[in-house]
Design a binder for this molecule. Structure first.
Ligand SMILES: [Zn+2]
Length: 86
């Protein structure tokens, strides 16, 4: 898990990948730029504004791809329901 040091809003100058959902971030869009530390190594990652909000709303610890699975949940749940034997 990353230890977050700073967060700020930046405008991307090139295409980036969102650390939380692993989708691409278009160049020129506003994102959260996170300065973090893990095992005494510095990491700088980008997050979609929505992903940053989603993580604080759901109190998810920031790990690589942590919202990748979360985003799948709404589409998976109805399928499980229809698989019920009654
Ligand atoms: Zn994202």
């Amino acid at each position: 898990m990353l230890e977050i040091r700073h967060k700020r809003i930046v405008k991307t100058r090139k295409e980036q990948t969102c650390y939380a959902c692993e989708d691409s971030i278009e160049k020129g869009s506003h994102v959260i730029y996170v300065t973090a530390k893990q095992d005494d190594k510095h990491h700088n990652v980008h997050l979609h504004l929505e992903c940053n909000k989603e993580m604080s709303k759901r109190k998810i610890a920031m790990t690589k791809g942590c919202l990748h699975n979360v985003k799948q949940m709404p589409t998976v749940a109805p399928m499980l329901d229809s698989d019920l034997p009654f």
